[in-house]
Design a protein around this ligand. Sequence first.
Ligand SMILES: [Zn+2]
Ligand SMILES: [Zn+2]
Length: 255
Amino acid sequence: MIANYHSHTTRCNHATGTEEEYVQNAIARGLQIFGFSDHTPQFFPGDYYTFMRMYPQELDDYCHTVRNLRAKYAGQIQIPLGLEAEYYPGIWIELMPRLQDAGIEYLILGQHWLGDEIGEPGSGGATADEALLKRYCHQVMEGLDTGKFTYLAHPDLFHFVGDRSIYRRHMGELVRFTRQAGIPLEINLLGLLYGKHYPNEEFLALAAEEGCSVILGMDAHAPSHILNPEPEQKALEMVRHYGLKLLDTVELRPL
Ligand SMILES: [Zn+2]
Ligand SMILES: [Zn+2]
């Protein structure tokens, strides 16, 4: 692994360590590219906000911190400035100019909720409801269709526990879309580290069958996540087992 584009900071309220510790561990691990992609601020209507992302007023400091580290460690490692964003159709139009103004260089799509989040189900809860699975897939495709996302983070986050042919039908549509759009799919190393319901092997089999490209993403929420080699080894076994096309770097799509 020479590049990782998926890392967080304490601004999301569920990550630990300083940004510099992340960078130092990335260098120690031998990475050439280490992108920060913390959970993007959102511009919700009214008073609604959630604990798992930075506040809009923290965005400037985030950008400033990452750029300072980039300058300090220039020549040792490249540090692109990104965000992991949801595609929330109702407030997307509000979000984009703010991220462009801040100088964000890339986005990865992490669809953690359906709809615009408020009053909607999360993607990670176990469900056998086909309508929700279908909404997840369609919302992700609509998001990717904006052309703003460099890759799709934990594409298999949606936790469908119903009929497998239904899962394969809808996820099959999603992987076909990403292959046609040339958007890489992430194999999420944090899911492997914590034994989460993703990466989903059925999903990887579909992606392999479709000929999709995959990229490993650490989804680091602590500096120690960067040094642990086990999730990468497990991911590489999956890549070999299913015959997936593994990318070692991706081309960043400008906002
Ligand atoms: Zn997170
Ligand atoms: Zn995520």
